[in-house]
Design a protein around this ligand. Sequence first.
Ligand code: NDP
Ligand SMILES: O=C1O[C@H](COP(=O)(O)O)[C@@H](O)[C@H](O)[C@H]1O
Length: 491
Amino acid sequence: MVNRTATRCDLMLFGALGDLAQRKLFPALYQLERAGLLAPGSRILAIARTEAGTDKVKEQLLEKLRKHVKSEEFDPDIAQAFLQRVEYQRLDFNDPEGYQALRDWRDEPDNQLIVYMATPPSMYGVIARNLEATRCCNERTRVVVEKPIGHDLETSRVINDELGQVYNENQIFRIDHYLGKETVQNLIALRFANNLFASQWDQNHISHVEITVAESVGIEGRWGYFDKAGQIRDMIQNHLLQLLCLIAMDPPADLSADSIRDEKVKVLKALKQITPELMGSHVVRGQYTAGTSGGQPVPGYLEEEGANKGSETETFVALKAEIDNWRWSGVPFYIRTGKRLPEKLSQIIIHFKPAPHYIFDPDQKHLANNKLIIRLQPDEGMSLKILTKDQGLDKGMRLRQGPLELTFSETFETDRIPDAYERLLWEVMKGNQYLFVRRDEVEYAWRWVDQVIANWHDSGEPPKRYAAGTWGPVASIAMITRDGRSWYEDA
Ligand SMILES: NC(=O)C1=CN([C@@H]2O[C@H](COP(=O)(O)OP(=O)(O)OC[C@H]3O[C@@H](n4cnc5c(N)ncnc54)[C@H](OP(=O)(O)O)[C@@H]3O)[C@@H](O)[C@H]2O)C=CC1
Ligand SMILES: O=C1O[C@H](COP(=O)(O)O)[C@@H](O)[C@H](O)[C@H]1O
């Protein structure tokens, strides 16, 4: 049952001066304030290691809000009202003594407590244990943790065990911010509210699926983190596999968190192993070299600030994933994601099979399959490419492919689409877990990704180079072309 109201809460934000908190979390909380969704009396304790007073931190927060909130959405009065809720506490997360100050801050211990760990994952266990030892949390506490949960299956289990020693699974909200994106949630509505699609969603009607998550940015000064992760851990293990699950899962019995998560887990379990023999045909990894972005020259990955010149970390991955189950047997899911690609673009293309018997001009046969294009960002919406007769007396029965178009901002006159973190924070406040990832999902995703990484290491093959501003190594085009297909390009 969906709970539509949030009660007054105390939010402890660990890592409050870090990049995620300043760039995403505080702006999202500001937007909740602006929308009137922060219950009266809700308070925020910003916690970090820097020595500073609350006033100084608030000044810094105000400056960051001005920077990261669109100017037309920034209202100084709302910002002030929001900052009234904030206090700052200096703390070294490893110092058990320091947690007494957090306990003291909890003047109404019956208020809902939300603990947001915007910290390196290695801190999750320490923070959880110290909060428990100081009796800051109880069985009603909700704890929010960021991806990546671990570096592989083994380390993710350690982190999950540490959290599990203090919290029950129904208290843990594992963030995958893609699940908070408007169009990602729309995948559930699209698939299960429209019988038109629900009845066509299988290997009888779909030939293949493409998922592209392209970024134009590089690693944005995050070498220390990114070089250890690479694109497969940073994006495929979480965001891309979540998208694949939402496209491929069977209908859940209802909208409850566990019904949805049970179905996603079944997909992850059914992912076919990419064995060493399949690596050549199913996986391409790349690393960008110097090139251009938005018309400006940009350095290659190995020239980024702090770079280790010998790094073989991948910044691009293309994969052909297959799902060994009744619904998807024989339907490849081509997935690609990379940094420094020509544009920021996330989209899913469902390629439907052609009609069983073709009666039109043989030269146009290549046109004869419907496509559903789901645009996650930018320009959120959907487009269904359908075939019609070309207009005009001289055209006979020549075919033309045209779109049935649904652009959310235009069709529904939506004035703004909330950022993923706004929605996710709001769902945490209401206690809804359906947009968060359950432990077994994280672990099955790691299990699949780990074997691909192990095969890379065994092969000793370096990533293929691609110039910044291009669509990745040519091998990723060859991967799909070998199957007689191509990556979708809007004509
Ligand atoms: N930034 C992003 O866009 C995204 C981040 N994430 C995840 O979010 C989490 C936070 O990332 P991000 O904000 O980028 O990281 P940052 O390093 O910018 O922030 C982490 C914060 O934690 C603080 N911290 C670390 N150790 C301690 C300690 N022992 N005691 C007190 N403070 C400590 C750091 O303080 P100090 O500065 O003093 O070291 C820093 O303020 C990570 O798990 C990351 O993987 C996930 C998706 C996107
Ligand atoms: O989690 C991450 O996501 C961002 C991309 O997110 P988006 O919402 O801008 O599409 C990515 O840049 C970052 O490396 C990764 O950690």
